[in-house]
Design a protein around this ligand. Structure first.
Ligand code: HEM
Ligand code: HEM
Length: 232
């Protein structure tokens, strides 16, 4: 009985902030982005895999755009858009331990998320039009002029530096919260739950969206990529 009470108390204190589709999206994205970087740096025979991995990343990014509109409340973009004043005052308070607590993406984290998605989209879309002029070309490279394709190729080459810097910053920020603020943000990206205590952004009566909606969104995203690749 006592145990049951404890259990139910515990459930009351937590909120499911990252739903299963978002968590799967995150860790699948991590796996595919690392694989894309590794495959691009291996011998030329692995470039076919690089393209397939790239299509997977594009599918995930399109899925995330849908899920930011129709997904669960904390996954929705609208739930973590903050005014510049809020971002600035959060950043100022960050080093004084007086910052407000958020369960969803905090004002600085939200900037990081939007920046990361934009940099990833730039990398994946530029890849579609890239070509090394010898062995490998993206599926749409032949549909544009040589100069446009070489512009996209140079974007693809330069943006990888921005992407890797953003990833390093992202991992350092997660670790920084863990070590200096004693807030473990990584575990919730695995089990989905966070402690509600003192949070600014609790969404009352937040309901998770059904898994079938995520499956349909993912299938639709994959069809968009299939269609785009077929255009080449
Ligand atoms: C986030 C996703 C991606 C990452 C991190 C990535 C990363 C890279 C890297 C590091 C290179 C080697 C650049 C160099 O030689 O300096 C490369 C080359 C290339 N990638 Fe991607 N890529 C991604 C997505 C894509 C996609 C979606 C496509 C096409 C469908 C693509 C097509 C190509 C092509 C054709 C090259 C050869 C261009 C060249 O070496 O001149 N990539 N990519
Ligand atoms: C290739 C590497 C990675 C990429 C591209 C990446 C990308 C992202 C993106 C796009 C989000 C936003 C999730 C959303 O859509 O709402 C996110 C969130 C997050 N990521 Fe990563 N990630 C990477 C690696 C990692 C690693 C290695 C860790 C753990 C050490 C990590 C921990 C987190 C955490 C904790 C959040 C949630 C932050 C918050 O609470 O506001 N990520 N990541």
């Amino acid at each position: 009985m006592g145990k049951q009470l404890n259990k139910s108390n515990k459930t009351d204190d937590t909120v499911e902030v990252w739903d299963l589709p978002l968590r799967l999206f995150h860790w699948a994205l991590v796996t595919l982005v690392i694989s894309a970087i590794v495959s691009a740096n291996m011998s030329i025979e692995y470039m076919d895999y690089h393209l397939y991995i790239g299509y997977g990343i594009l599918t995930l990014l399109i899925f995330r755009l849908f899920w930011g509109i129709i997904g669960s409340d904390y996954a929705k973009f609208g739930s973590f858009i903050y005014s510049p004043t809020t971002v600035f005052s959060y950043a100022k308070a960050l080093f004084s331990s007086s910052e407000r607590r958020y369960v969803g993406h905090n004002p600085m984290g939200s900037l990081m998320v939007f920046m990361m998605l934009l940099v990833l989209l730039t990398q994946a879309v530029s890849g579609l039009f890239s070509s090394d002029d010898i062995f490998t070309e993206g599926p749409l490279a032949a549909s544009v002029s040589g100069s446009i394709s070489s512009w996209f190729t140079s974007v693809h080459h330069t943006n990888i530096i921005v992407l890797i810097s953003a990833i390093v910053l992202h991992i350092c920020a997660s670790m920084g919260y863990w070590f200096f603020k004693k807030e473990n943000l990584v575990a919730p990206m695995i089990h989905g739950k966070k402690d509600k205590k003192g949070a600014e952004d609790i969404i009352q009566h937040a309901k998770p969206k059904p898994i079938w909606l995520a499956v349909i969104s993912l299938l639709f995203s994959a069809s968009v990529v299939f269609y785009v690749v077929g255009l080449g």
